[in-house]
Design a protein around this ligand. Structure first.
Ligand SMILES: Cc1ncc(COP(=O)(O)O)c(C=O)c1O
Length: 504
């Protein structure tokens, strides 16, 4: 048998288990790194049972136990969001109702009648699946139309659709980093896993700059040869903190040091800008609103934008938009675009309908912003610790993994309110939180209920309030006298002055 003729050390080597000379363990069990000799000896013994046949289940169990022990094991709740009762859902029992407060279906577009109608008709006419990769039989009018709409949304020459934005980010950064000679990718320290993966997969030189720290970014850009290609990879709205990147300075630096910009607008498309194109559009609000043409806006200066159809647009899939040559280059070289079945026609038609709707009707995102302001105010008055930011995301600081999970469980059990706890590795240890995302459907009454529920849960579990954080000098901007409250990206005038423009 194969395992019998291999030496123990070569089996371990092949499986990524530690041999005597290595100190890391590829299953990622954290404690192995801390105490290699004792832990590794125990684990090897448990995995091999004194034989040379690998015990796969035991390896899985050990890794899972490590997660359970440090309270980062992920529990999924069975939550079935109901299109007709948004933002309500039923649990595993179809009769039990809960209110969902943590969905990224920010605008409720997953149940928008225009989207549903388009999807239903497309499904009946063109069937369930695309039938293949884009190269074989998955290229169709829906893909062409959707890519045209994505390009138009961001005022770029072309767009390219992927099965998700995770794939879009990974494919674009890994292909660019691998194919551009001597390329360096400069990545914000809070970037999403999809970008981190893409950068790693590219094997290009990677430099991390401190989150939103433009001095650090400039220092690092200046250290690189001007003639070498560089990509600055960042997000506009950071999903776990709600912080917003200083895009104008990023564009200035990119131009000064010969870099291109890759901007993930996943949490901003549909949500910001007169047409829902994201923060880059929002920052030149009046110019875009009045269609004062191309030239010199931040949107024009950003080289590549990635977005998702899965959050504010309520559907599924991801995309990039940029220059025609760039798009053709990724289309031609990225394996994660080439070798996978394309999105079903109905999904692409639904996404196209959702974007077009949001280009024409800003009312949903305006109401969403108004609800965010109102809820932030209510939570502030109730002494609930919200990490300050200028965006639509409401991160409520807990600061402990076990307490965050308990708070989430108690909200569900006692109040019928669903807010998932956010733990490591999504946020660093000690920064655990509840991430609340109001939608146009989260009325004042629902906000009052949430505020009352959080106050009750905070008291029951003894979680730190704003006043408690103040006493320890503040944390993440909560209870920190040095931090001033950022102004919201949407100004009062923008919220009051923007009207629908059907047929644009
Ligand atoms: C910042 C960011 N980028 C990319 C993605 C991936 O998008 P998708 O859900 O379309 O794969 C996410 C998903 O949560 C995200 O938060």
């Amino acid at each position: 048998m194969f395992t019998r003729i291999m030496s123990m050390s070569s089996i371990k080597g092949r499986l990524g288990l530690p041999c005597l000379s290595t100190v890391s363990y590829s299953t990622g069990i954290p404690s192995f790194k801390k105490d290699y000799t004792r832990q590794a000896a125990i684990a090897q013994n448990e995995i091999f049972h004194g034989t040379n046949i690998f015990d796969y289940r035991q390896a899985y169990r050990l890794a899972l136990d490590a997660k359970k022990k440090d309270k980062t094991y992920r529990h999924f709740n069975n939550i079935n969001r109901l299109a007709d009762e948004f933002p309500r859902a039923h649990t595993s029992s179809p009769k039990d109702r809960v209110t969902v407060w943590c969905s990224n279906d920010y605008l409720g577009m997953s149940r928008n009648p225009v989207v549903l109608d388009r999807m239903t008709k497309t499904l009946s006419k063109y069937g369930a699946g695309a039938g293949g990769t884009r190269n074989i039989s998955g290229h169709n009018q829906h893909a062409v139309d959707l890519e045209r709409i994505c390009a138009r949304l961001h005022k770029k020459e072309a767009g390219l659709v992927f099965s998700s934005c995770y794939v879009a980010n990974d494919a674009t950064l890994s292909t660019l980093g691998a194919k551009l000679p001597n390329c360096t990718i400069l990545s914000d320290s809070m970037n999403h896993a999809s970008m981190i993966h893409g950068i790693r997969n590219s094997r290009a030189n990677k430099i991390i700059y401190a989150h939103n720290d433009m001095e650090d970014l400039e220092r690092k850009l200046a250290s690189l040869p001007l003639e070498d290609p560089k990509i600055i990879a960042l997000e506009s709205v950071y999903s776990m903190s709600g912080s917003v990147a200083p895009l104008e300075i990023v564009c200035d630096l990119a131009e000064r040091y010969g870099a291109i910009t890759f901007l993930d607008e996943v949490h901003a498309v549909g949500m910001y800008g007169p047409h829902g194109a994201g923060v880059a559009e929002h920052l030149d609000f009046d110019a875009h609103r009045n269609y004062s043409g191309k030239g010199g806006t931040i949107l024009d200066r950003i080289d590549i934008i990635s977005g998702t159809f899965g959050k504010a647009f309520g559907c599924i899939g991801g995309y990039i938009a940029g220059d025609a040559e760039l798009i053709d280059f990724i289309r031609s070289y990225a394996p994660n675009f080439i070798f996978t079945t394309s999105l079903p026609p109905a999904d692409m038609a639904g996404a196209a309908a959702a974007i077009t709707y949001q280009i024409e009707y800003p009312e949903d995102r305006i109401l969403q912003q108004l609800h965010v302001r109102e809820l932030k105010e209510k939570l502030h008055n109730a002494n609930i610790p919200v990490v300050p930011n200028p965006s639509h995301i409401i991160p409520i600081l807990v600061g402990n993994a076990e307490l965050a999970k308990k708070a989430s469980d108690l909200l569900l059990a006692r109040w019928g309110i669903y807010v998932q706890a956010i733990n490591y590795p999504t946020v660093p240890h000690g920064q655990e939180r509840l991430r609340v995302t109001p939608t146009p459907g989260h009325t004042s009454e629902l906000q009052e209920e949430l505020t009352e529920a959080l106050t009750d849960v905070w008291q029951t579990l003894g979680i730190k309030t704003v006043a408690d954080w103040e006493r320890v000098g503040g944390f993440l901007g909560v209870g920190d006298p040095k931090v001033t409250k950022p102004s919201p990206l949407w100004t009062k005038e923008q919220l009051a002055g923007l009207k629908s423009t059907p047929g644009t």
